[in-house]
Design a protein around this ligand. Sequence first.
Ligand SMILES: C[S@@+](CC[C@H](N)C(=O)[O-])C[C@H]1O[C@@H](n2cnc3c(N)ncnc32)[C@H](O)[C@@H]1O
Length: 439
Amino acid sequence: MGLRRKSPVGIWKYEFSTWRVDCVGIASASNGSMFWVFFSGMEGPGFYCFRIKHCPCSVSWISLSAQQSHLGYYVYRDMLGEKGDFITSPEISQIFGELLGIWFISEWMATGKNAAFQLVELGPGRGTLAGDILRVFSQLGSVLKNCDISIHLVEVSRKLSEIQALTLTEEKIPLERNAGSPVYMKGVTKSGIPISWYRDLHDVPKGHSFYLAHEFFDVLPVHKFQKTPQGWREVFIDIDPQVSDKLRFVLAPCVTPAEVFIQRDEMRDHVEVCPEAGIIVQELSQRIALTGGAALIADYGHDGTKTDTFRGFCGHKLHDVLTAPGTADLTADVDFSYLRRMAEGQVASLGPIRQQMFLKNMGIDVRLKVLLDKSDEPARQQLLQGYDMLMNPKKMGERFNFFALLPHQRLHGRSHPMNACQSKPSVSPVAGFGELAWR
Ligand SMILES: C[S@@+](CC[C@H](N)C(=O)[O-])C[C@H]1O[C@@H](n2cnc3c(N)ncnc32)[C@H](O)[C@@H]1O
């Protein structure tokens, strides 16, 4: 087996004599960088390596090569905002984060005002969302005054973690950095709350926590499967033999391990599965069942109905996922029915509910009016445009969904799951998923 060539997009091709499913995994190069290895090829044997750096997750599964580049893509750049590849709700309007801040306080109150809680955000982007939530915590300081709060950010991106620190921390108090530690950065927020950074949720201390994942699950690697007369076959990426340095989709010639994630009674003929999302939801569920709290997950997605959603974004435009892997944001709709199955038994779930409905229930119109009343004309225009982007069904209003994980006793008033016909109405409804009672 020898190195034959390296293409400009970072693809290495090796000689290989036979198909081997068991060779999938991480290989290390002499310079310490990692390669994710998979094999593919329709017309002839071969396998290819896609170079990645700082793989943050288990890649013992065959997956799309571009997702690996995608992880590299996240590690070193700031892709958010007008100058980046895409824009997210918290970057569009401060109201988004403020309402989420109210959601967490509302849940904290509904579950007995614990003396301490952790706010844990997965994939915090530029830190804008956490900043807006923290502003609400400060404004409602009288409600939270005796509560011991800490912030925990799970972020793989070096670049974005630096931007988060700039957004959120008090610059007079130097950050503690330790690249080799699971807690790679520590500091104090502008409002004096301890804040820590991790690469993996596993390393966040267990304790009464509220978890937040906004546009996080859609960036995790998916496996794509196509139904064929021979059964499910995984979609691989291969080098096009006709065109040098061009990639193409091919079907695996035999069953691959990730097939176990497909439901036996699956009716669709093309599915995308995301094992890593399942692992993370199971971890969140175990934590919530053990120590209380809640998780709020917001993303574009479906309830087990959509098929081919894997796509790329570059410069705010759709981008061919096979072109120049590692240079564009790659994403797939979140399958909330899968997340629900992964949580079942441990915790209860609510949703998915459309963003438009969730924000309406959270009182977005009241908050918009308050802000409009005290703004000048340019700021008013910006607020109205932001509102339209978040709420318009043709924009983010119907594309994005909210989904929550809660302890069973939060919904049913007891610690064990009940079936639907036994359930009784909750004394205190969960904000956002029903109308918020303004008091
Ligand atoms: C689409 S951005 C969303 C950012 C932010 N939540 C927002 O809405 O503006 C995805 C975020 O997840 C981070 N990320 C991607 N893969 C990750 C992983 N495996 N573990 C932790 N963070 C990850 C990215 O660096 C980025 O901060």
